[in-house]
Write a protein that binds this ligand. Structure first.
Ligand SMILES: NC(=O)c1ccc[n+]([C@@H]2O[C@H](COP(=O)([O-])OP(=O)(O)OC[C@H]3O[C@@H](n4cnc5c(N)ncnc54)[C@H](O)[C@@H]3O)[C@@H](O)[C@H]2O)c1
Length: 423
């Protein structure tokens, strides 16, 4: 058996639990020794899922940080806490798996870079799409020269309408003071991929976008605060009953799966648990009555234009739509590549030659968890932390796309003003 590494998890929500489960299942490499979450329900859930004792569970960050509890810390708390907690972990000698987004502030990013340099610890940023086989293949095709020199990138992030309602309208932690701007919260992966394909630092950014729809003015006159009381409960596509109860039944009442396990943390989930969650949480509230219009960092669509230092231009559009799926079109001097998650294909179109279609299914065994990216990222962690392989999503590598996101938000809040990413 290899020398196992121990891991402590800070933040045991959806992502933290996913990491805890995946690390614990790699028994020859990792052991999970501590979990901290301020929500006792999350800790209860972890107890059911993992073999972990009460002494290893912490409901208070201060106690959790009293001493070093593992080799590696996974930080999967709210966006705004990431840097503060990561600085603390680095200073205690932890290597860190840090959930994205890193930060929405240039000062915080500088502080993290400085602390990492001083401590020499590693940070793996969860840009797992870089590990996703289809996105990796797109990068390989580009590097192979099959489309010549890259000229432009056109990317679109389609957020399924009910996922938009859940993750970017209803969940409190994406729209209050612990949240980052939507462009970072939702699109840090897209910006990271665009930046890696562009292959140079970004020079300028402009951006426009707004919270156009999910605001009180859009609410039907007779609508109510909670969907379960609303006359539109059976017809509105954003109705919490349709999204969380009807869809759960249509999927055969699964025991404990996303997105239903956001509404009820009880395992196994029952219909009554879901109704209870809808009566008592933000998940059951009307998408127009949540007061999101008072948060300037919350948008429902956004467009970003980028100019890179090597002359490559790029656009990214984030919209809510019927179906989910990224689409990334790379335009070169001698051809074009198109990755489309909806058709699960990459089209390779050298000019004047026959088109080739690559199916994702030929590249990835499972499409689970961000195109297989979560699994492949976790599979890489042991070698990264034992200094045997390169950290492809290091802090240094991940900072550039965050600076693009920060600049995009600055531009959007200033009427689409041109922002220099490295002023
Ligand atoms: N890499 C990805 O693809 C991806 C996908 C989704 C979310 N995320 C990011 O992961 C992070 C977590 O997202 P999530 O979906 O798991 O959210 P979540 O709300 O399910 O989990 C966050 C957890 O952190 C806990 N928490 C908050 N403050 C804490 C503190 N001070 N100490 C201990 N626990 C604390 C909360 O109680 C909650 O259980 C976010 O930053 C999010 O942007 C990344």
């Amino acid at each position: 058996m290899e020398n196992r590494l121990s891991a402590a998890i800070l933040g045991a929500g959806a992502r933290g639990t996913m990491f805890a489960e995946k690390l614990a299942s790699r028994v020859h490499q990792f052991t999970v020794t501590a979990i901290c979450d301020i929500n006792p329900e999350q800790l209860n859930k972890c107890k059911k899922i993992l073999s972990i004792s009460d002494e290893q569970l912490f409901d208070d960050e201060e106690r959790f940080f009293e001493k070093k509890r593992a080799d590696v810390m996974v930080i999967a708390t709210y966006d705004k806490y990431h840097v503060r907690q990561c600085v603390r972990a680095l200073k205690m000698g932890y290597d860190v798996v840090l959930e994205k987004p890193i930060s929405d502030s240039r000062e915080e990013i500088d502080l993290l870079l400085k602390t990492q340099k001083e401590t020499g610890c590693l940070i793996v940023v969860c840009h797992e799409l870089r590990y996703g086989a289809a996105f990796e293949k797109l990068g390989e095709l580009l590097s192979s020269g099959v489309i010549g020199r890259l000229i432009a990138i056109d990317a679109m992030e389609r957020v399924r309408y009910w996922h938009q309602a859940q993750a970017y309208v209803r969940i409190q932690s994406v729209r209050n003071e612990v949240a980052h701007p939507t462009i970072l919260a939702k699109c840090s992966h897209d910006l990271d991929l665009i930046q890696s394909y562009a292959g140079a630092a970004c020079e300028t950014v402009t951006s426009i976008g707004d919270l156009t729809f999910f605001r009180k003015e859009s609410a039907p006159e007779d609508s109510t605060q909670y969907c379960l009381d609303c006359p539109h409960m059976e017809t509105c596509p954003y109705s919490a009953k349709r999204i969380y109860v009807d869809a759960w039944k249509a999927q055969g009442c699964p025991e404990f799966v996303w997105p239903f396990n956001k509404v009820s943390l009880k395992k196994p989930t029952t219909e009554e648990d879901l109704y209870e969650g809808l009566r008592t949480s933000y998940f059951g509230q009307c998408v127009f009555h949540l007061g999101n219009e008072k948060y300037e960092h919350v948008v429902d669509h956004q467009l970003v234009q980028m100019m890179f230092k090597n002359g490559v231009t790029a656009t990214l559009k984030m919209v809510f739509a019927a179906e989910a799926g990224r689409r990334i079109n790379l335009f070169g001097t001698y051809g074009e590549l198109l990755l489309d998650e909806r058709s699960a294909t990459i089209e390779v179109r050298p000019f004047g030659e026959k088109k080739e279609i690559i199916h994702f299914s030929d590249l990835i065994g499972s499409r689970e968890g961000h195109g297989g990216g979560d699994d492949r990222l976790v599979n890489s962690l042991y070698d990264i932390f034992t200094r045997k392989s390169v950290n492809r999503t290091s802090l240094a590598e991940s900072v550039e796309s965050h600076l693009i996101g920060i600049s995009a938000e600055e531009s959007r809040l200033n009427g689409g003003k041109l922002i220099y990413v490295h002023p």
